[in-house]
Ligand binder design. Structure first.
Ligand SMILES: *[C@@H]1O[C@H](CO)[C@@H](O)[C@H](O)[C@H]1NC(C)=O
Ligand SMILES: *[C@@H]1O[C@H](CO)[C@@H](O)[C@H](O)[C@H]1NC(C)=O
Ligand SMILES: *[C@@H]1O[C@H](CO)[C@@H](O)[C@H](O)[C@H]1NC(C)=O
Ligand SMILES: *[C@@H]1O[C@H](CO)[C@@H](O)[C@H](O)[C@H]1NC(C)=O
Ligand SMILES: *[C@@H]1O[C@H](CO)[C@@H](O)[C@H](O)[C@H]1NC(C)=O
Length: 346
């Protein structure tokens, strides 16, 4: 209260003493200081809805602000964080000046493919990682920059990937498509010469995607409707190390005899399927998951063709629980072949 009174008195005194000066000079002085500080922020071009901390001059934080549109992205920004908003679309031109962008995070929005223009990302020649997960996209956006190495599209409503959508993306190494509604991929991955990881868990895939790139190391296909693996399929991917096919509809009939006998494979997850036999695997395999199938016999020949001192399997983990076998079904000479296993889960 006393402060207000003092200010009022100063004001009156000011008016009465110097009529020729602006009676609220102190106020305009303060305003000037405020405008100056605004001008400094403006020169950095940060949109009002976002934070652009001085300590991270190339980052723009706009997450969790109930945004419905993409704010203006200044040209010097490299990292744009837009997650947890209600953005439904991206109009052509919004990123036209933002050609420095390296990362864009759009996770947890309401992006709808009909509202994402065809060439919104096309000019971003430096874009490296694009996060579009947890949206409502029904298609992979078109004309994605070829510079992208990681594309996160999980938890959307994508049902089909057309052949040309990912064309020429030869630097893409990680592609995440889990939790969509994908039934068909029609040669979509053929040109992805650098792809090492493809995650397609929780989709509606009925067969393993055609023409997987040779570079692939990790293939995750759990929770789909796959019944079979084509003859010689994995020999087309000479770098595969991790194959996960748990929670599918695989039967013995759908597995050609040597289809998993791939020497590069380290981990094979075939749990929660309908297998009655242990498939033949390479002696280099280290982890084999077969729990919750219908396996009734323990075939040592699946692991070692001939059992002798020199020929043994590198297997460290073998799960056979929730099948039709018990410890007494495991032959004594299994100890020579499976010498790296501490115990077998049955
Ligand atoms: C891009 O920058 C130019 C020049 O600074 C400006 O005229 C234009 O409005 C900007 N475009 C967008 C979409 O902000
Ligand atoms: C497209 O965006 C507008 C507003 O930007 C929104 O009202 C509309 O619901 C969106 N359309 C769809 C199909 O999401
Ligand atoms: C792909 O990556 C290489 C090596 O990092 C880089 O030189 C090249 O410019 C990238 N290609 C594109 C289209 O960005
Ligand atoms: C598995 O593949 C290896 C190497 O190609 C081969 O020597 C071996 O005989 C195969 N195992 C079976 C059981 O066919
Ligand atoms: C190991 O088994 C393979 C067949 O699986 C056989 O060709 C090879 O001679 C065996 N090696 C030794 C040292 O017994």
């Amino acid at each position: 209260m006393s402060t207000v009174v003092v200010l009022l008195i100063i004001g009156i005194v000011d008016v009465s003493i110097s009529q020729q000066h602006s009676s609220f000079r102190w106020l305009s002085h303060l305003r000037g200081r405020w405008l100056n500080s605004r001008r400094q922020v403006d020169s950095m071009d940060c949109p009002l809805e976002c934070d652009c901390p001085l300590a991270y001059p190339t980052a723009m934080y706009c997450h969790g602000r109930n945004l419905q549109h993409v704010p203006y992205v200044p040209s010097h920004i490299k990292y744009a964080y837009l997650q947890h908003n209600q953005i439904t679309g991206i109009k052509d031109g919004v990123f036209d000046n933002a050609t420095s962008l390296v990362w864009i995070v759009f996770s947890y929005n309401q992006l709808n493919s009909n509202n994402v223009s065809n060439n919104v990302f096309g000019k971003l020649k430096n874009l490296n990682q694009l996060y579009l997960d947890h949206n409502e996209l029904s298609r992979v956006p078109q004309n994605l920059p070829r510079s992208i190495t990681k594309l996160q599209l999980s938890h959307n409503k994508i049902s089909k990937i057309l052949p040309n959508t990912l064309k020429g993306m030869s630097n893409l190494t990680i592609l995440q498509l889990q939790a969509n509604a994908i039934e068909d991929t029609i040669d979509a991955f053929k040109e992805l010469k650098s792809l090492t990881m493809l995650d397609m868990r929780k989709n509606k895939v009925k067969k393993i995607p055609d023409s997987l790139p040779e570079s692939l190391q990790q293939l995750y296909l759990e929770f789909n409707s796959i019944e079979s693996v084509p003859e010689g399929f994995f020999t087309l991917c000479p770098n595969l190390q991790f194959v996960r096919l748990a929670h599918n509809m695989l039967t013995d009939k759908g597995l050609p005899s040597n289809v998993f006998n791939i020497s590069t494979l380290i981990e094979l997850d075939l749990s929660f399927n309908k297998l009655e036999r242990i498939p033949v695997v390479s002696r280099n395999l280290e982890n084999l998951y077969l729990q919750a199938n219908k396996i009734k016999e323990f075939s040592l020949s699946s692991f070692c063709g001939t059992v002798n001192m020199e020929n043994f399997s590198m297997l460290k983990m073998l799960r056979l629980d929730a099948n039709g076998i018990s410890a007494k079904d495991i032959p004594a000479d299994a100890a020579y072949c499976l010498r790296h296993i501490a115990f077998i889960d049955v």
